[in-house]
Design a protein around this ligand. Sequence first.
Ligand code: ADP
Ligand code: RBF
Ligand code: MG
Length: 868
Amino acid sequence: MFKLRKTCTPVNGAAIFTFLKTLTTANNFVQTIGGGSSNARPIPNDDYFATVHHISNIVRRDIYMERTLNKMRMSNIVNSELVYRVLRSCCNCGIESFRFFNWARTHHPNYDPTTVEFEELLKTLARTRHWETMWKVAHSMKTHNFPISPSVVSYIIEQYAKHGLIDQAVDLFNGLKNFDCPQTTEVYNSLLFALCEVKNFQGAYALVRRMIRKGCVPEKRTYSVLVNAWCSAGKMREAQEFLEEMSKKGYKPPVRGRDLLIDGLLNAGYLESAKGLVRKMSKEGFVPDVGTFNCLAEALCKSGETEFCIDLFHDVRGLGFCPDSDTYKVMITVASKVGKVDEAFRILHKSIEDGHRPFPSLYAPILKSLCRRGQFDDAFSFFSDMKVKGHPPNRPVYTMLIKMCGRGGRFVEAANYLVEMTELNLLPMSQSFDMVTDGLKNCGKHDLAKRIEQFIVTEDYLSMQNLRFRYIIGGLLNHKLCFGRLYTNMSMARPLMKFVSCVILDLDGTLLNTDGVVSDILKVYLVKYGKQWDGRGAQKIVGKTPYEAAAAVVEDYGLPITSDELLSEITPILSEHWCNIKAQPGAYRLINHLRSHGVPMALASNSSKANIETKISYHQGWKESFSVIIGGDEVTSGKPSPEIFLEAAKRLKMDPSSCLVIEDSLPGVTAGKAAGMEVVAVPSIPKQSSIFTSADEVINSLLDLQPEKWGLPAFEDWIEGTLPIEPWYIGGPVIKGFGRGSKVLGIPTANLSVEGYSAILSEHPSGVYFGWAGLANRGVYKMVMSIGWNPYFNNSEKTIEPWLLHDFNEDFYGEDLRLTIVGYIRPEANFPSLESLVAKIHEDRKIAEKALELPLYLKYKDDPSLKS
Ligand code: ADP
Ligand code: RBF
Ligand code: MG
């Protein structure tokens, strides 16, 4: 009956040659455990699968199959496993499979077929409608005393049904005794399916009764076959009645039965009825099956009934419904689609709380929605957050984001993402390139546009590992000045930062908290002239040469003296106080770390060499750590001129491009960039980080420096997400705060007065810390807190916000609260939504809660200072 096909064995000479070589050394590809004993399980390897693939090709395509196979002389490898695998891969070639099976049996006396091959062949023959042959094989099984399993019988019955051969299906069912096959529920289900296919509902119904009579218990599929069939025939009532009757009889389809009905209604396109049923069900307190809910939500989403969908989601969640990742995906899409971004965020965070790490397809709808509403900055920062917390972004996310950026005119960011995705080995769409280059040109950024074009023209950008290609990207990134602040937020583009081999540090404000001392002195000094220090000048003196700084003060306060006079009066007072200048948090840690790893270091400061040496003499180990120390008096012009850094590089015998500058002031950052170096800014003046756009990275304090980003050895002192610090203490009565901790965030923070603590506060960088909290008459509790300006709320005052990790039944305003701060977690951050802020704070809580169990932190719990 089968047609001869043109032979086209698609194997070329060379391939056959290697293949035959493989065969002659057949033992190479089937390794056996236990020294090749006959019953050892073979472990197939790649060669083995290549062989299976080749034989299957022959079986499928070679009309002289047997002859070709014989020529290959492979009787040593023909066994049950091989035959089964070949049959599996030829599952759409009925007769060919049959011939192969016969060939294997007749030409290999050592090969004894098992039920597995027989059944595979039966299924193939049924699938390809070779019924007669199939029966031949079935009888041959019978003579071998091989029973046919219920699942194969079910398969055949369904194949009959699919081809409209209902009588044959019934005959097979009735004759199962001949094949030693019991009439199991599975077999009943398949016959049910067959009857429903031909809309014989009476018969189907009778069959269910019969199966119950015979002691076969109906299962989910039994019901779903019937219900689906009834629903698609528009017979909802029958379906419902049937389910009711079943549940009356005690064959509980109950809740799942309704799910089936909903599924059935949805399959048949009756959305309204499905909605009604679900609503009724949830009112009665029943939770739908996850699969059912997901189908319904998807259908609702398609038909635009988002409100209903979101409400339903909340209702069933209230009833204890457990969403799966598909549920979240649908729900986030639904909420984002109608612009309910807050809702979408909430759902996303629920899914994260449930332990799902968000897939790009999960967060992409939110990103898209934010972009569509023009909230690009939120979108960008949300995306960087997801890059850290979620699964790595994929090509569709980048493509979408670039497209949305283009629509919103954010071409620089689009270009940025283009580069970023390329770096992740994701190939950008050519349309993305066109859109970005056109856009950049239209907004006058021809230079950048040219670079992006270069990207495609000069290099086949498919060969992404290419060195030159990297060079182009490097060039592009040197442009991040125009990329603006965004680039400093990008958490995944780090590999693109230049790797350096040495570090040049600034002294005042970077390693030393000089500003504090200078302010203190000026405060006293200005009184002499009837002036009051208001901190106004702080910004002006940071990063300047002493002379420039003095000039700024003279001018600002209208002093009746020259800058020189001021300098000569103040210098002796200053030098008296040099011994009091504290190191910035993290300064010792950084210097010791770099020294112990042999990273060359230079100190480059605008103050005079003599001053530098005196200042650092009070700090143990510093002088020896720097192989170069260079003062403002050793160059013709200080920062922002690059001279001092270039000189430092020269003395270090390093190329400027291999130097990393760490600076707290704008002139210093400018100088570093002008010298062609990588620059990390650590602003010493609060809330000014936005002016450091030219820096390669802006960090909040030295504690946040990650040397590994620059190819330097990473710090190794972080423990379970926390950085141990020298403990510090603070305490006082609990005062009223902004009144939003518990109200807005659901996170109460027992605020302390900052009065009397201004020195401590200015000493410690803003950020999230943790430790122990003591309340006089209550006890000692774990505590996590933020210090700073809460960027999300942009406060004007630096506050202390400790959250005691304990449930209190009442407020404790006015009570004495003592804090021992033992570790640091992260800098304060801004967030695209309240939900993401709250989620982050809960993450901090978990970190603190866990870390405080470590002996290293636990030991401070009994500190007497917490109690008095
Ligand atoms: P406020 O803005 O006045 O600080 P919050 O909403 O932040 O108000 O609530 C803080 C107050 O809640 C605290 O002063 C304290 O009296 C009370 N409180 C109750 N439980 C806690 C807790 N676990 N941690 C901190 N404060 C708590
Ligand atoms: N506020 C922010 O704006 N950014 C933060 O990163 C931040 N982190 C916090 C971490 C912890 C552990 C706590 C308790 C609070 C944090 N807050 C942060 C402060 C929060 O906004 C503040 O407590 C409320 O505004 C109440 O005044
Ligand atoms: Mg508070």
